[in-house]
Design a binder for this molecule. Sequence first.
Ligand SMILES: Cc1cc2nc3c(=O)[nH]c(=O)nc-3n(C[C@H](O)[C@H](O)[C@H](O)COP(=O)(O)OP(=O)(O)OC[C@H]3O[C@@H](n4cnc5c(N)ncnc54)[C@H](O)[C@@H]3O)c2cc1C
Length: 404
Amino acid sequence: MDLSYGEEYEEFRREVQAFLAESWPPRGDEAQLPQNEQIDRFRERGVEAGYLSRSIPRKYGGSEQEADSSKAAVIGEEFRRAGAPMDLLGGGVSLLVPTLLERGEEWQKEKFIKPTIRGHIRWCQGYSEPGSGSDLASLQTKGELVGDEWLINGQKIWTTGAQFADYCFCLVRTEPEQPKHAGISYLLIDMHQPGVEVRPLKQMTGNSGFNEVFFTDARTPRDWIVGKRGEGWLVSRTTLKHERSGLINVGQATSQLPALVDLARRSTRNGRPAIEDPEIRQKLAEVEGFMLANEYSLRYRATKDIKGQDPGRIQLMAKLIRSDIGQEVAKLGMELIGDDGLLAGGAASEMGRPDGPQDNGAWVTTYMGSLAGAIAAGSSNIQRNIIGERGLGLPRDAAAQRGK
Ligand SMILES: Cc1cc2nc3c(=O)[nH]c(=O)nc-3n(C[C@H](O)[C@H](O)[C@H](O)COP(=O)(O)OP(=O)(O)OC[C@H]3O[C@@H](n4cnc5c(N)ncnc54)[C@H](O)[C@@H]3O)c2cc1C
């Protein structure tokens, strides 16, 4: 398989390199500005040049470029090489913005998209509840229309970044008498109000990436709804489609491999470098094969997307494969660092371990993160159900058939 980009794209690469050589890192007076301002100005230029926010229309602050996965890959490679800021990640950009573009009112697009892609406002995703995760449509948080406002009562959980968010895109039950999928609406809610309480949850990594969010008579204006009343399930499917594809980045499919090989060179097994151990070599080769196969599949999928063709089952498999690979990489990393995997970050250095605790601490964090990766945005079991039902035509989950 020939995966080279071809001369047209190499020419484009030189253009991107020239832009970066001029624009990043900032020089002169600009280098004295606070870092967030430097990044802001750089992003403005990146949009102007057509390299950032490529899928977003100009009138909402994007650069409105034609979809071209090879160009996007070249930009990604060159920006990463230069250490330049890329498009922001996170729920606001990757989930809400595409949803607004597809289903939002004009005023919603004008008000929210530009500040979101520039990072001036931050969002959290209020979907999961204590009793509603995989079975999301059973959610109970209530939204009642009182005069010109929605009154919201209930609890969300696992809400990433809620403690820093300005707004929440949230699923609430607005038609309790309707069957569960039909009774949900998609509301936008201001997080800075008395009716919203955010309680961070402590994770096993020691961090608090996500939160519980309590709504007690929280309010949002009547027209801060995306899509029609009772059609929030449909709207949320748009978001999830983007969330799943947002987790897929062709260029990153093999990006963890060099670190793993490097770790195998520095670690020892039976008194010799682990990289010389046949069992470790075998495992590295398996992981590399898995990563490369995934990269080719993602390129195939991206090409189909651009041509407007159905990528088929690969679409359904991508999230599961990515989280499986993440786990294989993390498990091999843990095996290589051996007993140091039992030590938290700084502890290994305090004990005078030769290979550096940051490295080992990072592998422990990678391992814990890989467990979360198999749950976030739809657990691996649910992904398998989707592949079975939609990809292979197997009978539907019994509970789903009963409409529960
Ligand atoms: C890192 C991370 C970030 C997150 N961020 C957010 C966020 O910002 N906003 C938000 O709303 N949510 C967020 N979540 C929550 C996430 O969406 C849910 O954890 C996920 O949907 C699973 O729901 P649950 O935790 O309630 O598990 P459950 O649904 O209770 O599942 C428990 C187990 O049962 C299995 N299972 C459940 N149903 C089936 C079935 N029908 N068939 C086979 N197996 C089944 C699951 O695979 C899982 O192994 C985040 C989660 C993680 C890990």
